[in-house]
Design a binder for this molecule. Structure first.
Ligand code: ADP
Ligand code: MG
Length: 258
């Protein structure tokens, strides 16, 4: 488990930095309710693994947290900022929250290095030399510095996903969101991406990870959240959820993937 976050004041309240608070979040697509009364408090530095059947709302939840989807009810507070539809609020949150998708979403016409420096240069107004130096450090962190001048199409899927992680880190996020980051990869490339994510977790990043990689969950998750049909069915430490799930729906799901 995480130790007590350092920002908890003597009154026990938090300034919210690096944390995510979801309160009774509701989301509809037309008359279909995709998220129902979602409440979850994620402390700074905490690692949450979200699992559940296809269509249960995991991607939608992750996308609501950085405002890629607007929620219709309840409250979402990210890094101390309450999410609204105000564009400045959205930009602030998106610049502080890194996101990694199943399909790597790199810019195909830009080199690996330029993929990493684009946002720091344009959004943060970083100088080219500074942005490149920082990018090379990040590429070293994901063990791929030797590929800096290649284009995404020249890399394997596992390498591209590590570039995508480095690109998200280039904005110095306090929170990282992952949506099934290894499910599009050939099996032999899954480990190299998970290893990078484990390293990131050990360095103290707040992480919300949608994944069915239960080995990863056991290694780093403080809590596993099981979702089904738009609801959080149960949440708890990986050992508890995997060996003693309370709900039949959780048991049924886990029996298919474990
Ligand atoms: P998961 O990631 O758990 O597989 P999603 O969040 O992608 O689930 O989707 C949850 C449900 O919402 C699914 O039934 C899906 O078809 C529906 N859905 C997702 N995105 C949209 C959209 N943009 N418009 C309408 N329905 C959507
Ligand atoms: Mg999904």
């Amino acid at each position: 488990m995480s130790s007590a976050p350092s920002h908890i004041s003597e009154h026990g309240s938090s300034n919210g930095n690096g944390a995510v608070v979801l309160e009774d979040v509701q989301k509809w697509f037309g008359d279909f309710q995709v998220l129902r009364d979602i409440s979850l408090q994620v402390a700074e530095g905490e690692k949450i693994v979200i699992c559940g059947p296809s269509g249960s709302g995991k991607s939608t939840l992750i996308r609501c947290i950085n405002g890629l989807e607007a929620h219709d009810g309840g409250r979402i507070v990210v890094d101390g900022t309450t999410l609204t539809k105000d564009i400045r609020t959205l930009e602030k949150i998106r610049s502080e929250v890194g996101m990694v998708f199943q399909s790597f979403n790199l810019f195909p016409h830009l080199s690996v290095l330029d993929n990493l420096t684009l946002a720091p240069k344009w959004v943060r107004k970083a100088k080219r030399a500074d942005a490149e130096a920082a990018a090379l450090q990040l590429l070293e962190r994901v063990h791929i510095a030797d590929q800096a001048h290649k284009f995404p199409g020249q890399l394997s899927g596992g390498q591209q996903q590590r570039v995508a992680i480095a690109r998200a880190l280039a904005m110095n996020p306090r929170i990282m969101l992952f949506d099934e980051p290894t499910s599009a990869l050939d099996p032999e490339m899954v480990k190299e991406v998970l290893d990078v994510m484990v390293e990131l977790a050990r360095q103290g990043m707040t992480m919300l990870v949608v994944t069915h990689e239960m080995g990863f969950a056991r290694a780093v998750a403080d809590r596993v959240v099981f979702m089904d049909r738009g609801e959080i069915v149960e949440a708890g430490p990986p050992d508890t959820i995997f060996s003693a799930p309370k709900h039949e729906r959780t048991r049924a799901f886990l029996s298919q993937i474990l």
